[in-house]
Design a protein around this ligand. Structure first.
Ligand code: ZN
Length: 72
């Protein structure tokens, strides 16, 4: 099946392909890593929160912070 996830921050639409069976297992409470071993971390993140890679980095990453800090 195809899951469309819209980033709440930048409204970018991501399409993630998963097995319907795996999706149902996940909805029943299986850990996302166990349900979708074939998805990358950013795709799992998109499924859980909707945030795209870019916004995830901005909101929760520390790369920008470190950069800013280094420039001071
Ligand atoms: Zn985004």
């Amino acid at each position: 099946m195809e899951i469309k996830s819209i980033c709440p921050e930048c409204k970018k639409v991501q399409t993630i392909h998963v097995e319907t069976e795996d999706f149902l297992k996940w909805r029943k409470g299986l850990y996302i890593q166990a349900a979708f071993p074939y998805l990358g971390p950013s795709e799992r993140e998109a499924l859980m929160t909707g945030y795209c890679d870019t916004c995830w980095d901005v909101l929760f990453g520390f790369e920008d912070f470190e950069e800013e800090f280094a420039n001071v």
